[in-house]
Write a protein that binds this ligand. Structure first.
Ligand code: SF4
Length: 376
């Protein structure tokens, strides 16, 4: 049954204040409820012990409250934790926790599956089931914060310091929900993430990039992965719609404020995009863009026809870029043993999981080249 009551988890403070006023309650109640939802990460109205029962009952009648259910948890030997969450309608999405010495990052999903269909990506083989709502995006952060504390992995009520929108889905294809979620996550009286510590990654949804840059202060990452249209067309079908020249022009026009640099993600696929010639070509493509490059050695995935690069290749790539004054970092592969690394997110065992298809002797579903434009 479709529930068209507003989601309490997704209401910004001013709308919550209007709701509280309509219920003839004192104005301070709005802030109190907001703090329960977004600072304490309350999972239910019942937890709001200092909010009068009558108000909680009125809210329960007029609003829904999105809270994800933890369906599974996998912990890697390197400290990475991958959670699969179940939505109210039974969909599965994943978030990945990556602790480092100086930061604790959550990789967040923005859609159930993905329509972009990058051929090296497990999520891409699932196709798109639906967009996540703002409440479902934000609640990944709340459930993760709580669980990290429960597991004793970190102290404090909100241990996460950084967010990357690099989980399942193309965030800019669900821009309206992602924008609402970002506003809630950056709100001072909410989780209060610094815009410097939040990154949204796109596969190159050119028409939305400018709007994203104008409307949000957070950082942009572009999943580049090739230095020619010929290769990028093959591994990222979105390139046929917005080829490299258009994508890089949009990057040059991207509003650079707060000293933002665009991060270019480059997954190294053996024999596909990892030639030293690619490394030599890349600086020319990035000329005029305040850029840094993340080099990510690919993790081989069952059912997908790509291989990890030679172990030395990422460093060779990095050296060529450095010699041409392009900052590049080789990213460690995290959570390989639990399929939590880049391009490995697909709700395991679900209908779209190609690992399941591979086990059954079938191939993963073909992903359509469709770029939903939920531009709000
Ligand atoms: S890499 Fe990102 S954009 Fe491409 S299919 Fe996977 S989730 Fe979608």
């Amino acid at each position: 049954m479709h529930d068209d009551r507003p989601d309490l988890r997704a209401l910004p403070l001013d709308r919550l204040a209007a709701l509280v006023a309509a219920l003839r309650e004192k104005p301070f109640r709005a802030r109190q409820i907001h703090r329960w939802l977004h600072r304490a990460g309350a999972a239910s109205l019942d937890e709001m012990s200092d909010v009068p029962r009558s108000l909680r009952a009125a809210l329960a009648e007029r609003t829904a409250l999105t809270t994800l259910e933890r369906a599974s948890e996998q912990r890697s030997t390197d400290g990475t934790v991958k959670w699969t969450w179940r939505t109210a309608d039974g969909k599965l999405v994943e978030s990945v926790y990556m602790p480092e010495a100086d930061r604790r990052t959550l990789c967040v999903s923005s859609q159930v599956g993905c329509a972009v269909g990058c051929t090296f990506c497990l999520t891409g083989t699932m196709g798109l089931a639906r967009n996540l709502s703002p409440g479902e995006i934000v609640d990944q952060v709340h459930r993760a914060n709580r669980r990290i504390v429960e597991l004793g992995l970190a102290e404090g009520p909100r241990p996460l310091t950084n967010l990357v929108f690099m989980g399942m889905g193309e965030p800019l294809a669900n821009y309206r929900s992602v924008k609402v979620a970002l506003d809630l996550l950056l709100a001072e009286d909410g989780p209060n993430f610094s815009h410097r510590h939040v990154t949204v990654s796109t596969s190159g949804l050119v028409p939305v990039m400018r709007r994203f840059g104008e409307e949000t202060p957070v950082k942009l990452a572009v999943s580049l992965n090739a230095t020619t249209d010929e290769v990028r067309d093959r591994i990222m079908p979105i390139n046929r719609r917005w080829p490299l020249a258009e994508l890089l022009a949009a990057c040059r026009e991207f509003p650079v404020r707060n000293g933002r640099r665009i991060t270019f993600e480059y997954v190294l696929l053996r024999g596909v995009n990892d030639a030293l010639e690619d490394a030599r070509r890349l600086p020319g493509l990035l000329a005029g863009i305040p850029a840094k490059v993340n080099l990510i050695p690919y993790n081989a995935n069952p059912g997908l026809p790509f291989e990890a690069p030679d172990p030395a290749r990422a460093v060779e790539f990095q050296e060529i870029l450095a010699a041409r004054n392009v900052t590049a970092v080789v990213r460690k592969n995290r959570g390989r043993d639990i399929s939590a690394a880049c391009g490995q997110l697909a709700a395991e065992g679900g209908p779209g999981d190609p690992r399941r298809a591979a086990r059954a002797g079938a191939s993963g579903a073909a992903a359509p080249l469709a770029v939903p434009g939920d531009l709000g």
